[in-house]
Design a protein around this ligand. Sequence first.
Ligand code: SAM
Length: 280
Amino acid sequence: MQSAFIRDLTEDVLKRAGLRPGMRVLDIGCGVGDVALLAGELVGPTGSVLGVDRSAASIKTAERRVAQARQHARIRLAVADLDSFVPDETFDAVVGRLVLMYLPDPAATLRRLASHLRPGGILVFQELSMPSIRSVPDTPQFLQCKSWIMETFERTGFETDMGGKLFATFLTAGLPGPQMISAGRAEGGHRSLIYAYMAATMQSLLSAMERAGVTTADEVGIDDLAERLLFMAYGFIEQLPPIFLLHAILLPINVVRLIQVRNPGLLRKSRMIFLGEQRR
Ligand SMILES: C[S@@+](CC[C@H](N)C(=O)[O-])C[C@H]1O[C@@H](n2cnc3c(N)ncnc32)[C@H](O)[C@@H]1O
């Protein structure tokens, strides 16, 4: 469901970054293959995509989906842990979505992978900025879900504001400052899937929440959570004038960053310029 919500944002980012037919692309933390499949469409039959993920189960699912999409000639998949993964080839682009947030040292991974880019290659990453998630106006249920989700990620040791930290992470990796954009979805209305999406996110995190001691299944009331989120936003509509119908949720994929680094071959020169500017 998440992937369907953000597919168009990812496609836009990959196109803006310059993914085009014939390119060789590495997709890190590819999961069940959504970004790899998208990249496969953009690079076409003359290009290639290598997707890597540490989850063997996800790679298996991705392989099935790639075969179904008839992209097996251009997309390869492999189980690998990014903490130690060293490719034995070079790429025109390294891409990743919602993956740096899980890495203990994302700058080190970026530094290692950037050295496998051909000169002029591009790095493209999309990461969340969870603190930016908003509901307008706020509803208690929405705020509670947001707080449970963020607390679970924090207690598990994952970064909740990777989107906000991308720029600094690139500099820490010794890369030039990236170009960035911020984008997201704003959703509302009775027919919006956003309430079901929030409930599905809660469902997928429920056991992690319980393990981390954040909340319990009983407290969350997962079975009718989507209905309650919707009801709090719209349940009181009959008593209020129409203007109050305007409830919106700015989706959890609220901030997406585009990172594009051109000419990593000029890295040393870029860093000298950076230091030179600092001295002035
Ligand atoms: C939220 S999913 C994103 C999947 C995919 N990029 C997408 O956007 O659809 C995060 C993925 O990163 C993978 N991952 C996390 N840490 C990893 C690591 N150290 N090495 C390889 N994969 C990792 C997980 O297994 C998971 O599939």
